[in-house]
Ligand binder design. Structure first.
Ligand code: NAX
Length: 337
């Protein structure tokens, strides 16, 4: 059986608890792949991680290969095909006597993790490794990781699939159509409340979703706000942030990259801008993507009206501000992007 080496950080966290079994069950990489897991945690959490490993063993999946647990990112990055970077420090934690509450502090404390991880993956990972950043602030963490990887043959992404799935769920409820009928859902920009879920270009039976719904008040004041604030809605209800749905979105992203995209649709993830749609080159930006012959490409030439362009400008500016706040963590080669 062929093998895939999959690195997962934050492996003892709640998203990983839902994610890891699905990586080795045969569902994500297909029934003919053995999946070797390289699980990374900070040293104080390695014992807890061992509990998860015991459970993974007890699942008895025949696609499960070796499992290593480590706090050494260089060891885990060796020959990885995929890196799912879920680990991060949550807001509210105290580090060196300082409570991490401001966005700038959060950007810095988490960004620091991604310099080492980027470097390790860039030097030790496979040349065609795919990296999906889930840990927040995901886009800017991916920017830091990619710049420190110093390796342009690998594909760095930040996860916006959860936002796309949330958008599709709301459209499905509103239109009473099954999720699989909703195609071409794009989340433009940052995985943050400034993201722009695009209903003009999303389609059902080839027709624009915004035309089908035909209710701009609902789209602007209910749909957009609901999707942008869904993470908070879940925290308020559950007392913890989204985990099963976040893991599911990570699996969706891996499958979307591993398999060529069906005709007539696309998927959402943030990748380094090549200047498409006027976005500054290098920013990790949520785009419509297709996988063609194993290569991920940005879908070109979509029409964007003035409303969409204004929304995209807001999320672009937020990403530029985040980049400015962490410029000391971005490798020099990318500092002018
Ligand atoms: P948890 O706090 O349950 O788990 C995070 C784990 O990361 C912890 O076990 C921690 O020890 C570990 N960790 C911290 N620093 C690390 C490092 N340097 N190397 C390896 N592991 C490290 O959080 P969880 O609910 O699993 O969420 C993880 C991240 O996903 C958070 O940043 C969260 O904000 C983010 N999310 C991103 C989403 C997205 O759509 N992009 C949606 C869900 C989620 O909110």
């Amino acid at each position: 059986m062929k093998e895939k080496n999959v690195l997962v950080t934050g492996a003892a966290g709640q998203i990983s608890y839902s994610l890891l079994p699905r990586l080795i069950s045969g569902e994500t990489f297909g029934p003919n792949r053995k999946v070797n897991l390289k699980l990374v945690e900070i040293p104080p959490v390695l014992d807890k991680l061992q509990g998860t490993v015991l459970e993974l063993e007890d699942c008895g999946f025949s696609n499960c290969g070796s499992i290593i647990s480590t706090s050494e990112i260089n060891e885990a990055a060796e020959d990885c095909d995929w890196a799912l970077l879920v680990g991060s420090i949550p807001r509210g934690i105290t580090i060196n006597g300082k409570k991490i509450e401001e966005r700038g502090d959060l950007l810095h404390v988490n960004g620091g993790i991604f310099t080492d991880q980027g470097n390790a993956i860039g030097t030790k990972g496979k040349e065609d490794a795919k990296i999906l950043v889930v840990g927040n602030p995901a886009n800017t963490n991916a920017l830091i990781g990619k710049s420190n990887s110093n390796n342009n043959s690998q594909l760095w992404m930040a996860m916006t699939a959860l936002d796309a799935n949330r958008a599709k769920a709301q459209i499905s409820i509103k239109t009473n159509r099954p999720i699989e009928d909703i195609k071409r859902m794009t989340i433009w920009g940052n995985h943050s409340p400034t993201m722009y879920p695009d209903l003009d270009n999303a389609s059902i039976d080839g027709k624009s979703v915004s035309e089908i719904i035909n209710d701009s008040n609902w789209i602007e004041n209910d749909f957009l706000v609901r999707v942008q604030q869904r993470g908070k809605e879940i925290i308020d209800a559950r007392g913890a942030s989204s985990a099963a749905s976040a893991a599911n979105a990570a699996i969706d992203t891996v499958k979307n990259v591993e398999n060529d995209t069906k005709e007539g649709t696309w998927f959402s993830a943030a990748v380094a801008s090549d200047g498409s749609y006027g976005i500054p080159e290098g920013l990790i930006f949520g785009y419509p993507l297709r996988t063609e012959n194993g290569k991920v490409e940005i879908v070109q030439d979509l029409e964007l009206n003035d409303y969409a362009r204004a929304k995209i400008e807001i999320t672009t500016n937020e990403l530029l501000e985040e980049k400015e706040e962490v410029k000391d963590l971005i490798a020099l080669s990318l500092i002018h992007i």
